[in-house]
Design a protein around this ligand. Structure first.
Ligand code: GCO
Ligand code: MN
Ligand code: MN
Length: 388
């Protein structure tokens, strides 16, 4: 049995904005003091994280001079060297500044769209300088409250044009960098374009360099859309597009909650961890969550440690699932295959179509075959509750 100590191989990461979240919400002021990027790096090292990610302005304030930026980056690099933390992912803040009130790459204002590109080009340089191999695009403001003012097809073309431009920039600079698009259905816009991971996967295929672009599915975002996160992740994985993942938690019917991983939907968290471990996902396991507004700094550390610990406990549970003879016997039963249908499946052949059309099926008998999913699910519940 493990003692749930994280190792670099687990690739647990946090954004500067996650443990650094001061607890501001639409109804209230910050409740915690700001902590500097250097302090955050040390805090993350203390809880056992492997890496730290950032938006350009989490690290370098938007108002910083070039000299201020140099000092900030120098201090940050020293903190990374002192702790051994790495920066696997970086991203652009294209949502906080009032300039982006109508979107960034999809703003109706061509000057805002150009500014969004300008800001992202600089932010890509900064991310690459600090070692990032993945660059995330989350278009928080890319959307509408009213569809009377913006053409969604045109907005999609602008977004595509921006992605194509940025891919060419990365190629031109010979950066070893991949893009990961992160979908969210709403918040802060009333509706955000490309609202789910599935939409993103379809959009990627319309780009000039789809091979450079994957997805960054977020558990809370798919839950906000009422969807099954494991299914979204599985589709991304199957498409070879699971470049990154944002782990957190969320009540299906609520606002954007960003809860500690595993704090709300334990079974979904389990099925996700089992999936990631079974397929051998080896990208970062990034926590995009923040502590309750009621937390003080000690509790923020407990939040971060909890995200990691729950993942590792669920990883152990996934192993237990694999080893559990009763569970495996039920799985073997539900997936039983005597090979009788082998000649009728697989790639198309005209003879196969003819054989299928000619085959006589006992439809009524098929309808009488049950599956013991109740028994299986109860075993999983008991496994998760720790009584197996
Ligand atoms: C959110 C998003 C962001 C993004 C981040 C990185 O709901 O606010 O999840 O936290 O993940 O901007 O791109
Ligand atoms: Mn989010
Ligand atoms: Mn996110």
């Amino acid at each position: 049995m493990s003692n749930y100590t994280p190792s670099p191989a687990n690739k647990f990461t946090f954004g500067l904005w996650t443990v650094g979240n001061p607890g501001r919400d639409p109804f209230g002021e910050p409740v915690r003091d700001a902590i500097s990027p250097v302090e955050i790096v040390h805090l993350l090292a203390e809880v056992g994280a492997w890496g730290v990610n950032f938006h350009d302005n989490d690290l370098v304030p938007i108002t910083a001079t070039a000299a201020e930026q140099d000092k900030i980056v120098r201090d940050f690099k020293k903190a990374l060297a002192d702790t051994g933390l790495v920066v696997p992912m970086a991203t652009t803040n294209l949502f906080t500044d009032p300039a982006f009130r109508d979107g960034a790459f999809t703003s109706n204002d061509p000057e805002v769209r150009a500014y969004a590109l300008h800001k992202t080009l600089h932010a890509i340089d900064l991310g690459v300088e600090l070692g990032a191999g993945i660059y995330v695009f989350w278009g928080g403001r890319e959307g509408t409250e009213t569809d009377s003012g913006k053409d969604p097809v045109e907005a999609g073309k602008w977004f595509r044009e921006a992605m194509n431009f940025l891919c060419e920039y990365v190629r031109d600079q010979k950066y070893d960098l991949k893009f990961a698009l992160e979908a969210k259905p709403n918040e802060p816009r009333g509706d955000i374009y490309l609202p789910t991971t599935g939409h993103m996967l379809a959009f990627i295929e319309t780009l000039d360099h789809p091979e450079m672009v994957g997805v960054n599915p977020e558990m809370a975002h798919e839950h906000m859309a009422g969807l099954n996160f494991t299914h979204a992740v599985a589709q991304a994985w199957d498409a070879g597009k699971l470049f990154h993942i944002d782990l957190n938690d969320q009540n299906f019917a609520r606002y954007d909650q960003d809860f500690r991983f595993g704090s709300h939907n334990l079974k979904q968290a389990f099925s996700l961890v089992r999936f990631l471990e079974d397929v051998g996902y080896d990208g970062p396991r990034h926590y995009d969550a923040h502590a309750y507004r009621t937390s003080d700094l000690e509790d923020v550390k407990a939040f971060a440690a909890g995200c990691i610990r729950t993942y590792l406990i669920l990883k152990e549970k996934a192993e237990q699932f694999r080893q559990d003879a009763e569970i495996q016997a039920l799985l073997a039963e539900v997936k039983a295959d005597d090979g009788a249908m082998d000649h009728l499946r697989g790639a198309y052949l005209p003879e196969k179509a003819a054989a299928l059309k000619g085959h006589s099926f006992d439809r009524v008998a098929l309808g009488k075959r049950g599956k013991p999913y109740e028994r299986l699910d109860q075993l999983v519940v008991e496994l998760l509750l720790g009584v197996r």
